[in-house]
Ligand binder design. Structure first.
Ligand code: FAD
Ligand code: DLZ
Ligand code: SF4
Length: 507
């Protein structure tokens, strides 16, 4: 039997289910660079370059092992530009008996493949994506019958299942979660590790030129491209993180510093999501540093929690709740995305810094995404679909299964608390405590009202006032609502006036 094995751009691992049992004598591995995938949102040029270069390297590696590979390039004059068109053409070229593909990571692409079953001349077999630690079925079983899904309880199950950071049936160090020890700001004189970046080889340079020429109108720079595009280099990135940055990751996970985009973070999400690294190997590598005494438990547990907990959890929620998940808008947020999300041109230094990092590197770390950019989108009431489109476009690691729950659920609370138990809304004081952005800002985080006030201050209270009917009963919001209840009518009027002025200026 001749199988056409269709590998998508985020399935670039030798262990992916669509490649299992490959028969080099008869089978053909098929990859398609598709214009529709590069354009359905205005992806950051580095994201496109990363995906295309990693695909080309993967094809070359398979071919070097004697596997027949058919790789359609973006600039191939006959390229139809879509998965559907390219699969049909590939079936004509190879006359397979069956097409085999691993389930895509996005609902949109799953629908394309399901529709294709009607038109393809041969059966299309869609296999489970078993590159995750928790399967979709296992997550659904965990979620079954629960009134609410909380990451913490899911995470404990995953710790028990994998044995990661366990001592018998107990969590290492006697606690499941060291979150409270992950919140130290960075001392001004802290020594920061110089992070490993990868020079572009000939394949990457060719892709970069293609992308530079074809996607010149997309926001984001290609100049700082330094991502690994092979498994070998992705493993080197993991090794560098484990040995150089991991010890500092714990204390300073939530810290931000102007002009320092990488700090002690893993810088491995693009590789995990594209299949160059596996989640379990990343967790085990970090665990080894703790077991051998080179990294503290708060750092290793914090890192493992992000991958074994959050990453698996958001993927589970996505497949459990799609397609309806994307359509809710609990807080009726409708304001258009301000232009400064693309240009960084704003007097708010924290936003300017985070957008600047994003456009330079197609990367911002978690707290920048959550507590600066996301927090602003939440308290300013920006429309979920516009914010989601932006996050999906600008980050090198963005695929809908992971972007959507983080933005729709964690950041915007548009899912009525399915994912997070409360909105992550904060005033300027949080950003001031966790970063040095405010010292370079024309606004003052300590000023609560008037022209010089940090915009996050009135917007934070205005957000609580606007959404009082929905949020005041949430027990985790009791404290700010108690403070609000004690405010004078004059103070409330001041908040309304300042917020109206700030929001009007966004247009
Ligand atoms: P580290 O800080 O070193 O963390 C280690 C790993 O944990 C990451 O590589 C990632 O795989 C995983 N991880 C951490 N937090 C999360 C999380 N909340 N959800 C899922 N995985 C997590 N991550 C993406 O991979 N793609 C996205 O499109 C994406 N969009 C996000 C949007 C918003 C609004 C927020 C708040 C978070 C988003 N994240 C996303 C999660 C997180 O910000 C990134 O995974 C992280 O910044 C990647 O950098 P790192 O490898 O240096 O991570
Ligand atoms: C994100 C992306 C981009 C930019 N380009 C391609 C591509 O040319 N070919 C491809 O197979 N995949 C690409 N991707 C990833 C897809 O948009 C989508 O996220 C995955 O198919 C989901 O599994
Ligand atoms: Fe951001 Fe406000 Fe600080 Fe300026 S003062 S950097 S706007 S938090």
């Amino acid at each position: 039997m001749r199988r056409l094995r269709f590998v998508l751009g985020d399935q670039l691992g030798r262990g992916v289910s669509s490649l299992r049992g490959l028969d080099p004598a008869h089978d053909v591995v098929f990859l398609a660079e598709a214009a529709a995938e590069t354009e359905y949102v205005p992806h950051h040029p580095q994201k496109i370059a990363f995906v295309l270069s990693a695909m080309r390297h993967f094809s070359a590696e398979l071919a070097a092992d004697g596997i027949r590979v058919d790789h359609v390039r973006l600039d191939d004059p006959d390229n139809t530009g879509s998965f559907a068109g390219e699969l049909l053409r590939a079936c004509e070229r190879h006359s397979p008996d069956v097409v085999v593909v691993t389930e895509p990571g996005e609902w949109r692409v799953l629908e394309i493949l399901q529709d294709l079953r009607e038109t393809l001349p041969v059966p299309l077999v869609i296999l489970d994506d078993d590159r995750f630690i928790c399967s979709r079925a296992e997550f659904a079983a965990w979620a079954e019958g629960r009134k609410s899904y909380r990451m913490e309880f899911f995470y404990r199950e995953m710790r028990r299942k994998t044995g990661l950071l366990m001592e018998g049936s107990e969590p290492a160090g006697g606690r499941w979660n060291f979150d409270v020890e992950n919140r130290k700001p960075l001392p001004a004189a802290a020594a920061l590790p110089k992070r490993l970046r990868f020079p572009a080889d000939a394949i990457t340079q060719e892709v970069i030129e293609l992308v530079r020429h074809r996607f010149a109108h997309h926001a984001g720079s290609l100049d700082g491209f330094g991502w690994a595009v092979t498994r070998e280099d992705a493993l080197a990135a993991l090794e560098e993180f484990a040995t150089v940055a991991l010890p500092g990751f714990g204390d300073h996970q939530d810290a931000m510093k102007d002009g320092e985009p990488f700090l002690f973070h893993g810088l491995i999400s693009p590789y995990l999501n594209a299949g160059l690294l596996e989640p379990m190997e990343a967790c085990l590598r970090a665990e080894r540093e703790w077991r051998e005494g080179r990294a503290p438990l708060n750092a290793v547990e914090g890192f493992v929690r992000q991958i074994l907990g959050w990453r698996e959890y958001v993927r589970g929620i996505y497949w459990l709740r799609m397609p309806d998940y994307a359509r809710t808008n609990t807080l009726d947020a409708a304001r258009p995305l301000p232009e400064f999300f693309w240009t960084g041109e704003t007097d708010m230094n924290c936003i300017r810094g985070c957008v600047g990092d994003t456009m330079r590197n197609a990367y911002a770390h978690h707290i920048q995404r959550l507590m600066v950019l996301g927090n602003f989108a939440l308290i300013a009431g920006l429309a979920p679909e516009e914010v989601e489109r932006w996050y999906l476009a600008v980050y090198v690691d963005a695929y809908e299964w992971v972007e959507l729950p983080n933005v729709h659920g964690m950041v915007l609370f548009a899912d009525d608390g399915v994912l997070a138990s409360k909105p992550y809304a904060a005033s300027g004081a949080y950003i001031d405590r966790m970063s040095d952005y405010c010292s370079g800002c024309r606004y003052d985080p300590k000023v609560k009202a008037g022209e010089g006030a940090c915009p996050f201050n009135p917007l934070y209270w205005d957000f609580l006032i606007r959404n009082e009917a929905r949020l005041a009963r949430n027990p985790r919001m009791a404290m700010p609502y108690r403070t609000l209840a004690g405010m004078t009518p004059e103070r409330r009027a001041e908040i309304a006036e300042d917020s109206a002025r700030i929001l009007a200026a966004l247009r």
